[in-house]
Design a protein around this ligand. Structure first.
Ligand SMILES: *Cc1c(COP(=O)(O)O)cnc(C)c1O
Length: 398
C-alpha cells in the first residue's frame, strides 16, 4: 500500500531527500543512521515520555468547544498545545532532539529561530540539560522579538544576530548551517520544524506524533471511536500539522485540512502561501515547494504571524498537497485576527496568531452536524498581545 510517510531514501513522493554540501555529508549520514535506533529504544522512550508528562505537562487536553461547535455546525474539539510548558508544541521536538544529541555525545547545541519560539524552546531544554546553546536569529527578528531574545539570554543561551540578506529566518538558517559545517564533531543542530535534509522532517514528525497518539486515545474516550472526520492545523514548516495527522496520515476516513498564511492575500505579493504559490525547488537541504522568482531566487514571504512566514514547506506536506491527500486553504491576516477574537470571546482562549490561521479554516469548510473535527491550537497568544491590542484599537475606532 502507498504510504504518505517517509520512504527508505528519505523522500515523500518526489519531495524531501538530503541536499547538503559535501562537508555536512558525514553529519547528516550519522544522524540518518542513528535517529531511528535511538527514538525507538526503550530507554529513550522512557526518558522522553517522563519529561513530556512531568516537565511539559502532557497529555495536553482535548477540549470540546461547545460554543464554536454550535457556531460551525459540527462537533469541534481543540487539541490544546497552547497549554504546554513554553506555550506551544515546539518543546515536544526540542526535548526529543536534545535527548538524541546527548546520546550522540554532542556537547554544543545550535538552533535557528524566526519569531524566537523555537529558540526559547531550545534554550529551555539546554538549561534543563546543562548544555551550551547558540541561537542564530536575523537582526530584524532580534529587534522585533525582543522579549524572546531576553528569555533566551536569561536561560543562558548566546543569541547571534545575523546581518546577511533580509536578516530574517532564512538568513539565520543559512548561518546555523554554516556553524554546523565548522563544528561537525561536537555540535548538534536542532531544527524546529519538519524541514531541512532527511532525517529531520521524519524525526520532527515522529517526535511531534505524540499529538496524534493522544488524540486517538482521547477521541476513543469521548466519542467511542478513535478517529475524527476532520483534522485541521496551521502550517509554517509543518511540525504541529505533522504531529496532528501522523497516526492518521494513511487513514482515508480522516480528511486533512492545512491552513497556510495568506498574508494580505495570495495575489498581493505579501503572502506566505507557499503550497499554493511555490514551485518545486531546493531549500535548506530539502526538495519541496519554494516561493521563488523566475530566476529561482527565494522570495521573502510575509504574514502577520512570524511563525508562518517561511518561504518553504515541509516535504511531507508538499507531497500531501501534490497527491491531494490534504486540502490546503490560505487564511489571510484579517481572517486570522477575526478567528482569534472569536475564540477569545466564545471560549476564553487567546490563541497564538499561527493557531488563529487554523481557526480561520472553520468558516471555509462545510461540515455536517455529526462530523467530529479536531483542530490543533498550536500555541498561546501571549507573545502576540501587542498585535491583538493594535487591532482591537482599530476595531473600536471603526
Ligand atoms: C512555530 C510555530 C508554528 C509554525 O511551525 P510549524 O512547524 O508549522 O508547526 C505554529 N504555531 C506556533 C504557536 C508556533 O510557535
Amino acid at each position: 500500500m502507498k504510504s504518505f510517510l517517509v520512504d527508505q531514501e528519505g523522500y515523500y513522493g518526489e519531495f524531501g531527500g538530503a541536499y547538503v554540501p559535501e562537508i555536512l555529508h558525514k553529519c547528516v549520514e550519522e544522524l540518518q543512521q542513528t535517529y531511528l535506533g535511538v527514538l525507538e529504544s526503550e530507554e529513550f522512550r522512557k526518558e522522553f515520555e517522563q519529561l513530556l508528562r512531568d516537565y511539559v505537562g502532557r497529555p495536553s487536553p482535548l477540549y470540546f468547544s461547545n460554543r464554536l461547535s454550535r457556531q460551525y455546525g459540527c462537533k469541534l474539539y481543540l487539541k490544546r498545545e497552547d497549554l504546554n510548558h513554553t506555550g506551544a508544541h515546539k518543546i515536544n521536538n526540542t526535548i526529543g532532539q536534545i535527548l538524541l544529541a546527548k546520546r550522540m555525545g554532542k556537547k554544543r547545541i545550535i538552533a535557528e529561530t524566526g519569531a524566537g519560539q523555537h529558540g526559547v524552546a531550545t534554550a529551555t531544554v539546554c538549561a534543563l540539560m546543562d548544555l551550551e546553546c547558540v541561537v542564530y536569529m536575523g537582526k530584524t527578528d532580534v529587534e522585533r522579538q525582543h522579549v524572546n531574545v531576553e528569555k533566551m539570554k536569561m536561560l543562558g543561551a548566546t543569541v547571534m544576530p545575523v546581518t546577511s540578506g533580509n536578516m530574517t529566518l532564512k538568513d539565520a538558517t543559512n548561518e546555523a548551517i554554516r556553524d554546523w559545517c565548522c563544528h561537525p564533531a561536537d555540535t548538534y543542530y536542532v531544527i524546529g520544524s519538519t524541514v531541512g535534509p532527511h532525517p529531520y522532517p521524519d524525526m520532527v514528525a515522529r517526535l511531534q506524533s505524540v499529538i496524534s497518539e493522544e488524540i486517538r486515545k482521547q477521541l476513543q474516550e469521548k466519542e467511542g471511536r478513535d478517529y475524527p472526520d476532520y483534522l485541521i492545523a496551521c502550517v509554517g514548516g509543518g511540525s504541529n500539522a505533522a504531529g496532528t495527522i501522523y497516526h492518521y496520515i494513511d487513514d482515508e476516513r480522516v480528511k486533512l485540512v492545512l491552513a497556510e498564511a495568506g498574508g494580505k492575500g495570495i495575489d498581493t505579493g505579501l503572502t506566505a502561501a507557499t503550497i499554493q504559490l511555490g514551485k518545486t525547488g531546493i531549500i535548506h537541504g530539502s526538495r519541496t515547494f519554494v516561493m521563488q522568482d523566475e530566476d529561482g531566487q527565494i522570495e521573502e514571504p510575509y504574514s502577520i504571524s512570524a511563525g508562518l512566514d517561511y518561504p518553504g514547506i515541509g516535504p511531507i506536506h508538499a507531497n500531501l498537497a501534490a497527491q491531494k491527500r490534504a486540502t490546503v486553504l490560505s487564511v489571510d491576516d484579517d481572517e486570522a485576527i477575526d478567528a482569534a477574537f472569536e475564540l477569545t470571546q466564545l471560549e476564553g482562549i487567546i490563541p497564538a496568531l499561527e493557531s488563529a490561521h487554523a481557526l480561520g479554516v472553520l468558516k471555509k469548510v462545510k461540515f455536517q452536524p455529526e462530523d467530529v473535527v479536531v483542530l490543533t491550537v498550536s500555541g498561546r497568544g501571549d507573545k502576540d498581545i501587542d498585535t491583538y491590542l493594535s487591532k482591537l484599537k482599530n476595531r473600536r475606532e471603526k
